[in-house]
Design a protein around this ligand. Structure first.
Ligand code: GLU
Length: 488
């Protein structure tokens, strides 16, 4: 099975686009087929420099590597496959050839209408509450007139001549049987006056020449499907299967918008979401696995995915679910792998972490608490730099630690911990000793443990006092207690 993802490089890759790519990837992989990437850049005015790189980087990050077409090879945009080029702006002659064929066979006609005339026509139609459609004025030009205009080099486009009486039926893999009436379909522009094809012509030609068997794309293209099917018919080709996936919606059920949600995938990457979490989340947006399983790896999705279980209605983009999945993915990660993945960001901030032989152990202490890898440097900061400890932090209303008692508590802690030999510097014995200290001196546990933890980390939240004291070692613990005492 050959599927494709065919983004236009008009900007960042939208999360909806990534989901479309994912579904196409899954269908290809499930059927041991090929996932093809094609760049649709025929709308030159809307093309943005760097957008292709951005799209490819995002796909690579997400693990959706194309088997054929456009891809990154060591960061450089390259192409692989024998049906290329896979960038539409490099295929203009191919489209022109088929446009000519359509013209010669009477399936297309030149249109010389000026943009002013078309604007006026549209306004009139709107005023009469009619659907905006080309009024076919140029179809009534005589052969002579057409020849004369062409000879004079009058600017013109090429339009598809929709058979008005035709009934177009087709079965969408998600939406089932659909029927369209020819007279409701616009005579679509196929070739623009600058010789560039429109999306409609270009993608039909490419899907055929690239042997695409299944097209998965956004619901917004569903209304154009009759034109596409007619184009296949006029060119004498068999169309692929189609699956139009539902729109992504904001919580209030309006179309997913920048005002309510981040829509660019790179924003999620920058925030530190794991590709696994985002992919898991996007897969479930509109697809129902039919079981209670919620955590899916790409491999598991490949086995479980099916278009029959994709819903027709819009899918609500619920970022709370995304955050929950992110937490699940972080916690489920093997601790070695977790340490490896956070290590670069930590080392960037604290070069000393490079030589830290205990890094994995320290990382494991924060794995349960973390939502984003970007939090790692701060969460581990106290291992690599002296914490800033203030009275405000050492005292804590909830734990009933008042500023007045800090001096005594810190002194008690110092004196007690000092006596513990190095070989007893383990969580269990620290716990036992400090719990009995609290009991003897009539303190609540929190009144002892909060100042200790705060003195060691300089942070309001961190792993527990015993874990941190053990990870820091006795000498560092004692040093920090003494300097905390000085700071009050
Ligand atoms: N270039 C189109 C887009 O970016 C692709 C639509 C399709 O997949 O056919 O929306």
């Amino acid at each position: 099975m050959r599927t494709r993802f065919a983004p236009s490089p008009t900007g960042f890759l939208h999360v909806g686009g990534l989901r479309t790519a994912l579904y196409a990837y899954l269908m290809a992989k499930q059927n041991k087929g090929k996932f093809i990437l094609r760049i649709e850049d025929t709308d030159q005015e809307r093309s943005v420099i760097g957008a292709t790189e951005n799209i490819l980087e995002v796909l690579q990050w997400a693990g959706l590597d194309p088997d054929e077409g456009v891809m990154l090879d060591q960061g450089i945009v390259s192409e692989k496959g024998n049906r290329g080029p896979y960038i539409q702006s490099q295929r203009l002659e191919i489209y022109q050839k088929y446009a000519k064929e359509l013209l010669e066979n009477g399936h297309a006609y030149p249109c010389f209408c000026s943009s002013e005339r078309l604007d006026q026509m549209r306004k009139d139609q709107q005023a009469h509450k009619q659907a905006p459609m080309y009024d076919r004025m140029c179809l009534s030009l005589s052969e002579e007139e057409v020849k004369k205009k062409l000879k004079a080099g009058d600017p013109h486009v090429l339009r598809l001549k929709i058979p008005q009486s035709e009934k177009i039926t087709f079965t969408d893999d998600i939406r089932g049987l659909l029927t369209f009436q020819g007279h409701t379909v616009d005579d679509q522009v196929l070739l623009k006056s600058d010789g560039f094809p429109t999306y409609h012509l270009a993608h039909v030609v490419d899907d055929h020449l690239m042997d695409i068997e299944l097209v998965i794309r956004g619901e917004e293209w569903l209304s154009s499907i009759p034109k596409h099917l007619l184009l296949f018919q006029c060119l004498g080709w068999k169309p692929p299967r189609y699956a139009h996936v539902p729109l992504l919606l904001n919580k209030d059920k309006t179309k997913l918008s920048k005002r309510q949600n981040a829509v660019a995938t790179h924003e999620y990457m920058d925030k530190g979401y794991l590709p696994e979490a985002l992919i898991n989340f996007l897969a479930l947006l509109g697809w129902n696995p039919g079981s209670t399983q919620e955590i899916f790896s790409l491999k598991e999705l490949t086995d479980a995915f099916s278009l029959e279980r994709v819903q027709k209605g819009g899918a609500i983009f619920d970022t709370e679910k995304l955050d929950w999945l992110q937490g699940q993915w972080i916690r489920n990660m093997d601790s070695e792998e977790f340490a490896q993945r956070i290590r670069p960001t930590v080392e960037e901030k604290f070069p000393a972490a490079k030589d830290d032989k205990e890094f994995t152990k320290k990382a494991a202490l924060i794995q349960e608490r973390m939502t984003f890898f970007t939090e790692a440097p701060e969460m581990l900061s106290y291992y690599y730099e002296e914490p800033t400890v203030t009275k405000d932090l050492l005292a804590n209303e909830k734990q009933k630690v008042t500023e007045d008692m800090l001096g005594e508590v810190l002194k008690l802690l110092t004196a007690t911990l000092e006596k513990i030999p190095e070989d007893k510097w383990i969580e269990d014995s620290l716990k036992e000793i400090l719990f009995s200290l609290a009991e003897d001196k009539d303190y609540k546990k929190g009144q002892i443990l909060w100042p200790l933890r705060a003195a060691l980390t300089g942070l309001p939240y961190s792993p527990g006092a015993f874990e941190v004291a053990v990870a820091l070692g006795k000498a560092k613990t004692m040093e920090r207690l003494k300097s905390a005492l000085k700071s009050i």
